[in-house]
Design a protein around this ligand. Sequence first.
Ligand code: 26Q
Length: 813
Amino acid sequence: MMTPTPAQTPDLQEKIAQQLVTTVGVAPQDATLTDMMQAVSQVARQQLSQRWVSTQAQQHSDKTRRVVYLSMEFLMGRTLSNALGALKLRGPAADGLQHYAQKLEDVYEREADAALGNGGLGRLAACFLDSMASLGLPSFGYGIRYEYGMFAQDIQNGAQIEHPDPWLEDGTPWEFPRPHITYPVYFGGWVEHVDGKPLWRHAGEVAAKAYDMVVPGHGTEKVSTLRLWKATAPAHIDLNAFNTGDYARAASAKNEYENISWVLYPNDSTPAGRELRLKQEYFFVAASILDLVQRHLSEHPSLLNLADKVAIHLNDTHPAIGVAELMRVLCDVHGMPWDTAWAICQKTFSYTNHTLMPEALETWPVGLIQHVLPRHLEIIFRINKEFLDEAAAHRPGDNQYLARLSLIDETGERRVRMAHLSIVGSHKVNGVSALHSDLLVQTIFADFASLWPQRFTNMTNGVTPRRWLEQANPQLSSLLDNTLGTGWRANLDELQKLREHAQDSAFQKSFMDVKRANKVRLAKLIERSTGVVVNPDSLFDVQVKRIHEYKRQLLNVLHVVTRYQAILANPQGPNGQGWVPRTVIFAGKAASSYHTAKSIIRLIHDVGLVINNDSRVADLLKLVFIPNYGVSVAEVIMPGADLSEQISTAGTEASGTGNMKLALNGALTIGTDDGANIEIRQNVGDDNIFIFGLKTPEVQALRQQGYHPMRYYEEVPGLKPVLDAIAGGQFSPSEPGRYRALVDSLLWGGDHYLLLADYAAYVAAQHKVDVLYREPSQWCAKAISNVAGMGVFSSDRTIREYAQQIWHIEPQK
Ligand code: 26Q
């Protein structure tokens, strides 16, 4: 049994010097911050390597049951600080660097983010890896080693410009190439049936090469592995090209193979139905399944006990083709009878759904699958036939019912429904918050849920307290250490004990000092990235997330303009008490092809330009947009927020996880009755959160009875002048019509996300926020109560639930 031993520390300075000379190739006195980052990373990497080798060796000799987490996205962010934290080397590394007159924080900054994901789903996968490692769960994450991650967002004249993200350009200290772990992945061609046996005559092949990243556990010497696949030309193909001496052709052929893992699709929520995306999905799933099958066969004589030894989890439907691929491997390659293979498949797979929005549900044209994966299409058809035969026994003759259940959508161009394939192929299906899981069962998956009620369950999301509290907020962490002890890192429920301190004025003072320092840090980031100087004593009102109509950043802007107009109309403030100074902070990326989202970004900038330069408003209101939101930017924003905006139309945000990070760092939530906001309210208490607006059944009822946004425009006090100002060009004088279409989409386009219906309740809730903020001690007590209630939102709790209820995996001793 391994016990955590403090890593050797006294000679860290020397180890850094050694790495500078031997690995980085510079003299210590000449080392730049980037050189230092590389050297310190090498020191950490070596120690993690040792933990890795022993974790793997033990799992191999125990033939332990493992979980395989398949995800197209892992939004890892930076690694160095997390690695040092797990090794308990932050202090020694900081001391070591002092000898070179360099600060560890500045060294961290030289590392590029590994931004291999879009948003919530990708960051959730990264938090899950941290928790799996920290709980000592035998686990593998599998994904794609994108050469280019999430695009970098630049703002020019208020508009979003996308730049590529060449995060690997200067190499990364954190990957371990495994040149010997390479598998062929085949595409295209046709299927012949010879003596009743299918033979896939594929037309194309690429090689999948493994690159591993070590995932350190905290408070344990256990580690986990993230294995990412890079697409390359198969060795034999390369050879042929070189033999002909045609180097130019060889180079261009190389690109054709490598394009599969070239770039992350930057679409959040709306699937891009492109052939390359389908190839990406199959590419990484096929390689991962070959890898886990070969690992299984190195430990066991046959695949018959596969389901006892591995749990495969599908992070949304993006890896759903894995269901057909495992059937192909078991039946076609290993000669297993169909029924035996199908039973193994269903016992092995489980699936998480992350969205209810119909346009976000992944489907692929039958013709495209036929073209790229002809054998898989046959397998999908057989799965479908056997499934529909079984379903027909429940409701004989009900063809509409069968059409709704079918894996194939026959309305219009025939398409494969990847969610249906995932449900049928899995033994458990879960949503990501209580509300979302209930809605899945009541709406989009209702037919499946009545067929198989036991299959559907909830796993409320969580976030890792190591990155989102210990690492992002060192000052709050040390206050917690001094008040509660250090156990909260591994057992976040210990935060409950903070409740006793919520009213304690000495503790309040320390808590407010921490918040104030974090706001100063955030204010510096704002000035550096936007040029706008903001007042750290103003209320920091934060909405950070992907830009999407359902998340209603535009509703937030409507409130800002409302406040702007009210300040001008009444400088003395409501009741003559003056205005509570506010800084409204946005950040987030828009999918490059999402016009409306981009227009909202531009509107935020245009409104900000007017308000921030209006001397009548002075310090009472500022509006900023922090560019290039990502994990590292979030680590600065979360600790500096006072107010967390979670204002999606009820029933649309599956869970949210930013809401958890913000509350954990002492922000109060203003939000709708949606996703995990509901559970946050239950855990922090009704009095410590601002919930407003229509609830999900009310949204459904309003839409049903006929929603008329124009009525709200005419009747709700204050709304008309706000919309008129935006639509009339007050914030875009050089192009007065710039936001006409945006406003028309509300007034004439049906206001699909019901902004106008919730506007009055939102403005009223914002007024309550002001009233409370005038009472710093009351505000602070509620902020403390928020932190105290967040224990349940640790991803450790989430992963324990998955491990016990879905994967049946025990922590390794
Ligand atoms: C699919 C096909 C082709 C191209 C792109 C995609 C694609 C990519 C990313 C579809 C969806 C996504 C991302 C979805 C996502 O992040 N959903 C969020 O998941 C979080 C974690 O569960 C929840 O907290 C959020 O509520 C949910 O919006």
